[in-house]
Design a protein around this ligand. Structure first.
Ligand SMILES: Cc1cc2nc3c(=O)[nH]c(=O)nc-3n(C[C@H](O)[C@H](O)[C@H](O)COP(=O)(O)OP(=O)(O)OC[C@H]3O[C@@H](n4cnc5c(N)ncnc54)[C@H](O)[C@@H]3O)c2cc1C
Length: 331
């Protein structure tokens, strides 16, 4: 089987892993310049050198046995470490959150800078008969042809335009998913922020803030990630990056109750589809047309859910019974 996966985040690559393991030919397309998705790590140049920020997912937990085994395999490869500060069972990617996605993508045929804007059934008229040649998709200006199946591994809102053209039943399910936004600010300081606090939660409009270098495997410039609560992010959705950075810097100072050191760099990122409540469906697959959907939003807004959803879709595509456990793959 030749399968095209749209989206090289945790869900898409988890699905790619499971399908490749039994010999499917998988090509993954992602619109981004490099690996990360919502597990991205941003690098910002400052007068003191480069500062790094995990500006999407901050950490993750592994509770399902299959995902725990996968995390153990990643730990052996050195791409994850435990980080007990936020929770006794929390894990992070090392040296950045995107290290996991980088390692997974390194094993696969991933086409970066490839925004997919069209998927369609391919075919031609031969001898008075319409021959079905499978799926084709357009990424950038290039058409890729001859796929037996297409997997959409993108947030619900981004899957919907494709599904509404090709699978109305799935589109109806997907319409029920609603993601909430998250504004994330990134600040680099000339000196260490005074005080013993490396992380805080739920302080005014701040949902989460952390000193990036407090995480294992990070070093260098003092950088803080500040993530706003969903209601605040919704109210400020169309503000500019500069406005958001200024507002959240004041909120960080107020929450820590200190004068912050000299600011040497600041930025912000708007995650328009950061978190979805989760539909509890696992994955969606139409075996007749060869169209499938996976992503965290089918289960819950967590890294583990994205991985599980990708595995679940692969299981459905391969028609494997639910109780057949899939082994972990090294990163
Ligand atoms: C701010 C924030 C904080 C979070 N904190 C945590 C946390 O602490 N713990 C936790 O477990 N989870 C957290 N999460 C959630 C976690 O990041 C997600 O659950 C998980 O990364 C989702 O993976 P995914 O593969 O489903 O989607 P994504 O990571 O969004 O991957 C989708 C990919 O599809 C690509 N794409 C989209 N449209 C197209 C297109 N048309 N063509 C090609 N490519 C396309 C995107 O570039 C992206 O790489 C957080 C998320 C955010 C945003």
């Amino acid at each position: 089987m030749r399968i095209a996966i749209v989206g090289a985040g945790m869900a898409g690559l988890s699905c790619a892993d499971a399908l490749s393991a039994i010999g499917c030919g998988v090509t993954v397309f992602d619109k981004a310049r490099g690996p990360g998705g919502r597990m991205s790590t941003r690098r910002i140049d400052t007068p003191l050198g480069q500062a790094t920020f995990d500006h999407g997912a901050q950490y993750f937990t592994a509770r399902a046995p299959g995902f725990r085994a996968q995390v153990d395999a990643w730990e052996k490869c050195g791409v994850v470490s435990p980080w007990p500060l936020p929770a006794s069972d929390a894990w992070i990617g090392t040296p950045g959150m995107n290290a996991i996605i980088k390692a997974m993508a390194g094993e696969r045929d991933v086409r970066w800078n490839s925004p997919v804007d069209r998927i369609e059934r391919d075919g031609e008229q031969r001898g008075g008969e319409q021959r079905d040649e499978g799926w084709r998709l357009r990424a950038g200006t290039v058409w890729f042809t001859g796929f037996d199946a297409v997997v959409l591994a993108v947030p619900a809102e981004q899957a919907l335009p494709f599904l509404s053209l090709h699978d109305f039943a799935m589109a109806r399910e997907v319409m029920l998913a609603r993601s909430q936004p998250c504004w994330t600010a990134m600040f680099a300081f000339a000196d260490r922020v005074p005080g013993a606090i490396d992380m805080l939660r739920d302080a005014g409009p701040i949902g989460w803030a952390a000193r990036n270098a407090a995480k294992p495997g990070r070093s260098g410039v003092e950088g803080w990630v500040v993530q706003a609560r969903a209601d605040w992010s919704t109210r400020h959705l169309e503000y500019s990056v500069g406005e958001i950075a200024a507002l959240l810097l004041d909120e960080l100072a107020a929450a820590l109750g200190i004068d912050l050191p000299e600011l040497i760099a600041a930025s912000a990122h708007r995650w328009r589809y950061a978190m979805s409540a989760g539909l509890g469906l696992g994955a969606l697959w139409n075996a007749e047309s060869g169209l499938g959907v996976c992503g965290d939003w089918l289960l819950g807004p967590r890294v583990e859910c994205a991985w599980l959803s990708g595995q679940e879709l692969a299981r459905q595509i391969l028609d494997v019974p639910p109780d057949v456990a899939q082994g972990p793959r090294a990163g």
